[in-house]
Write a protein that binds this ligand. Sequence first.
Ligand SMILES: [Fe+2]
Length: 182
Amino acid sequence: MKRSEINAVVAEAKSAFERHGWTLPPNPKWDVTDFGLGDFSKFGLLLVNLAEQPEYCEKLMYVRHRQVTPRHFHRAKKEDIICRWGRLAIELPSEKSQRLQINGEWREVSPNETIILKAGERITLTRDVLHAFWADSEYAIVGEVSTANDDVNDNFFENQLVGRFSEIEEDEPETVILIGET
Ligand SMILES: [Fe+2]
């Protein structure tokens, strides 16, 4: 990713968080990725790690309209993905139906169903559940609350070409330092 692209989405996310009353902690831990695919508007995500402890993790994310986080699962992490503002589409590719919790209620999810979460709604993704997501609204503010997070070793993408972090091309000075750059 170009540094200018990272700076631009950080500024865009900051103002969206501000507009909707999400005050970031001092020295926010920024994480911006194009999943190594080189087309951030199609495949990309901005995250802020709010809490990262050995037992649990909390993140805040900013997702643009139709900007996809590609299909992946976690072997260790169990996570709630929470729509905090806008509408978030969660695709659940699977040959069989699956029993999952949506807003804490168990539900039978059909094979390959895409669920739309409205603001305030959440889905609980247990280990090995394949998922992808994107904003179905102009943008979405999204929360993640999970068990221990290990972004280096616990993201398994369906497409082997996808990676969790980006190469950065320095075309202007950085406005924030990303996780992994420190
Ligand atoms: Fe995930």
